[in-house]
Design a protein around this ligand. Structure first.
Ligand SMILES: CC(C)(COP(=O)(O)OP(=O)(O)OC[C@H]1O[C@@H](n2cnc3c(N)ncnc32)[C@H](O)[C@@H]1OP(=O)(O)O)[C@@H](O)C(=O)NCCC(=O)NCCS
Length: 169
């Protein structure tokens, strides 16, 4: 795979993002243009895209409120999955969070979304709650959290991940 670049999302990216989004979700969970615009217009959000060979291959976003990061999306184009793109985007987002003195991180994931649950578990997320039948009035949302991003437990694993991906400067 060609070199990856992660940068801030731009309004001009939205058409390509909608294609990736509609491909990834088929059950009404997909974001609309209005959802992307709302994040781009809010300074508390950090929407990012990942580029390979001039095309967007994934995106992720999060909102920082006080000392908490809430991850709102992580999506990778189907044919680019399992290449650590989501891992790299989350590391990029966590680095922003660390610079903003964030202590904890929270997100929601469908209970049967095994790839996403595995991805988050590898970062140290743990189940801290759930919302019954949150998705399509059928599947629960699991609330996953990292309660202390400054703990040695989190930081050691985080640095190890960065080293593995040669992201240590
Ligand atoms: C979840 C998703 C973002 C993962 O992206 P990715 O770039 O393929 O993930 P990575 O390559 O960084 O994988 C990191 C870890 O996630 C887990 N994982 C990724 N894909 C997996 C799969 N198909 N099955 C099981 N675990 C998987 C693995 O633990 C993996 O670590 P490993 O490579 O050491 O085994 C991607 O599958 C996706 O876009 N899914 C559709 C959108 C979605 O559901 N987003 C999450 C919303 S909460």
């Amino acid at each position: 795979m060609k070199e990856l670049e992660i940068r801030k999302m731009l309004k001009e990216d939205i058409a390509a993002l909608l294609v990736i989004e509609n491909e990834a979700y088929s059950n009404g969970e997909n974001w609309t243009k209005a959802d992307f615009l709302a994040e781009l217009d809010n300074p508390h959000y950090y929407p990012l895209v990942c580029i390979s060979d001039n095309q967007i291959v994934g995106f992720c976003s999060g909102i920082i409120v006080e000392d908490e990061l809430q991850i709102t999306s992580v999506t990778v184009k189907t044919e680019f999955r399992n290449k650590k793109i989501a891992t790299r985007m989350l590391i990029y987002l966590f680095d922003i969070a660390c610079k903003n003195n964030v202590l904890s991180c929270i997100l929601e994931v469908r209970e049967n979304n095994i790839p996403a649950i595995n991805l988050y578990t590898k970062f140290g997320f743990k189940k801290t709650g759930s919302r019954k039948k949150y998705y399509a009035n059928k599947f629960d949302a699991l609330i996953l959290s990292i309660e202390n991003m400054k703990s040695p437990e989190f930081l050691t694993e985080y640095e190890r991940k960065k080293e593995q991906l040669c992201l240590v400067q």
